[in-house]
Design a protein around this ligand. Structure first.
Ligand SMILES: NC(=O)c1ccc[n+]([C@@H]2O[C@H](COP(=O)([O-])OP(=O)(O)OC[C@H]3O[C@@H](n4cnc5c(N)ncnc54)[C@H](O)[C@@H]3O)[C@@H](O)[C@H]2O)c1
Length: 339
């Protein structure tokens, strides 16, 4: 049942269906890192989202230029750009903060290799959000997501303003890739091949539950191994093809805008908005893994309900067994950074 809702929330890769304008409430959204490879197209896509009333673009480099450019698009929202020393102004009154700030991977790097640079960037931005917009929902794109989300949580906790219903790691790109790659294999539309992807957002921590998809369960043997590997390491294809110029930016912007729209619909009271996202979760907390991505229902307060992972095959149990210890390490590393 929830798999169908997830498919509804995450299907339809056309601009027309990317954004639903059914709800009337509108929201101020900030992008921190708006001048970057993800930040620029993400800002453009958010400018096109009718649920965004005001767009606040911040970066240590280039945000006023991006804002001037994007502001000419003939949609209803107003756009403002903020320079490096204007972070607090950028965050005033925002309800949703999307964070793609930080460095991307180069060939041969894992997401964890980014930790040293991105951990402090994300911590400092979360500190500012906690101070200026403590009720905002924070959507973390900066890698390694498995560690940067716990960093945001611990930073807000330290400031006394942490609400686990409002902090999300954006794992939507894994879901988008899974649907697209599966569609290619079974000759169907990605709208029909939605896959619930659980766990975390790096290599073996990415666990696609293909058995829960009517198309996915037809894939077996070596074909299944290859598909799972491609979903887990699809990011490497982009890093390699870009040959030193970074990682996924356009598909990530698409995925980031899609998740932001899902959250905005939930905040506006739309029912049945369900999508995987990396949040503080009870599902594997007894094994020391207190952040986990599974299908989450989004509502007026952010996380409304965390769905269990549902029935899995023996094959998927093995994937989960490989995921959990690595995820635990990544989460502990993030927490330790703030402690
Ligand atoms: N979650 C995902 O699925 C996913 C997918 C792809 C990339 N990423 C991650 O997203 C991040 C950004 O990737 P990118 O390709 O856009 O990189 P990029 O280098 O093109 O852009 C990053 C931007 O962040 C800005 N920045 C740096 N420090 C900042 C700070 N303190 N405050 C505000 N802005 C700051 C930079 O000036 C730059 O404009 C990377 O960490 C990357 O690994 C995540």
């Amino acid at each position: 049942m929830f798999a169908r809702s997830a498919a509804r929330a995450l299907s339809a890769p056309t601009a027309a269906r990317l954004f639903s304008a059914s709800a009337t409430a509108r929201t101020k959204v900030a992008v921190l890192g708006a001048g970057g490879g993800i930040g620029q197209p993400l800002s453009l896509l958010l400018k096109n989202d009718p649920l965004v009333t005001s767009l606040s673009l911040y970066d240590i480099r280039g945000a006023p230029g991006v804002a001037a450019d994007v502001s000419h698009v003939d949609t209803g929202s107003e756009v403002n750009g903020y320079a490096a020393d204007q972070l607090d102004q950028a965050l005033e009154g925002v309800k949703v903060v999307v964070i793609p700030a930080g460095v991307p991977r180069k060939p041969g790097m894992t997401r964890d290799d980014l930790f040293n640079t991105n951990a402090s960037i994300v911590r400092d931005l979360a500190t500012a959000v906690g101070r200026v917009a403590p009720d905002a929902h924070i959507l973390v794109i900066s890698n390694p997501v498995n560690s940067t989300v716990p960093i945001v949580a611990s930073t807000l906790q330290k400031a006394g303003v942490y609400d686990p219903r409002r902090v999300f790691g954006v794992t939507t790109l894994d879901v988008v890739r899974a649907a697209r790659f599966l569609a290619g294999l079974v000759d169907a539309s990605p709208a029909e091949t939605g896959v619930t992807v659980v766990g975390g957002h790096s290599g073996a921590t990415i666990v696609p539950l293909l058995s829960q998809s009517s198309f996915g369960k037809t894939i077996t043997g070596e074909k299944l191994d290859k598909l799972v590997h491609r979903i887990q390491f699809g990011g490497d294809e982009v890093v390699k093809a870009k040959d030193g110029a970074g990682s996924a930016t356009l598909s990530m912007a698409y995925a980031g805008a899609k998740f932001t729209n899902a959250l905005l619909r939930g905040l506006n009271g739309e029912k049945g908005v369900v999508t995987p996202t990396f949040v503080q979760s009870p599902l594997f907390a007894d094994q020391g893994v207190d952040f986990f991505s599974s299908n989450v229902e989004l509502g007026p307060n952010g996380v409304e309900k965390i769905h269990p992972i549902g029935q899995v095959t023996e094959y998927e149990e093995k994937l989960l067994a490989a995921c959990l210890p690595e995820l635990k390490k990544n989460i502990e590393k993030g927490r330790a950074f703030v402690a």
